[in-house]
Design a protein. Structure first.
Length: 160
């Protein structure tokens, strides 16, 4: 039997392997599709809006330098810049428009920009050295930070 005939015979005996499914390179797109399909349980209305917006409009990658703020910080730790009560999922950022969404894979969650902070935070060495954007995550308790709010650069995505 010739080599060509043997190759054709083997090719017809073994089924062709299907190519692996293409995964979206943007982790936010994958998370948004799963969240809207109910894989993570019920969503708050603002989360559903943010994930739908991410799927419809895409997102832009950005480097963030993350800090945290808490209710124990007085009025600024209890209400946002418009006087509304703060809730988990709020993030303060001076360089993103109010209502933008931020996804931080290291945190595994979506945040909504509803607050701002001191303009000094934008020019701190930790932020400017890495070319990042300062963001302050609202947390109910300091222990929720788990070492993630320490002025260390972290990758994220912005949905406007």
């Amino acid at each position: 039997m010739s080599i060509a005939l043997l190759a054709v015979s083997l090719a017809t005996l073994s089924p062709a392997a299907a190519p692996p499914p293409m995964l979206d390179p943007d982790p936010l797109q994958r998370v948004a599709a799963r969240a809207l399909a109910g894989h993570y349980g019920p969503l708050k209305p603002w989360q559903a809006r943010g994930y739908r917006k991410a799927l419809a409009n895409g997102s832009e990658p950005r480097l963030f330098v993350v800090t945290g703020y808490f209710p124990s910080e007085g009025r600024s730790g209890r209400v946002d810049r418009r006087g509304a009560p703060l809730h988990p999922g709020v993030i303060a950022c001076n360089r993103l428009p109010y209502g933008s969404y931020v996804y931080l894979p290291a945190w595994g969650r979506l945040f909504v920009v509803k607050d701002c902070g001191s303009s000094r935070n934008d020019s701190r060495r930790e932020v400017t050295r890495h070319g990042g954007t300062w963001a302050d995550v609202y947390l109910r308790r300091a222990r929720e930070a788990h070492g993630r709010c320490n002025w260390t650069p972290t990758r994220g995505s912005v949905v406007r």
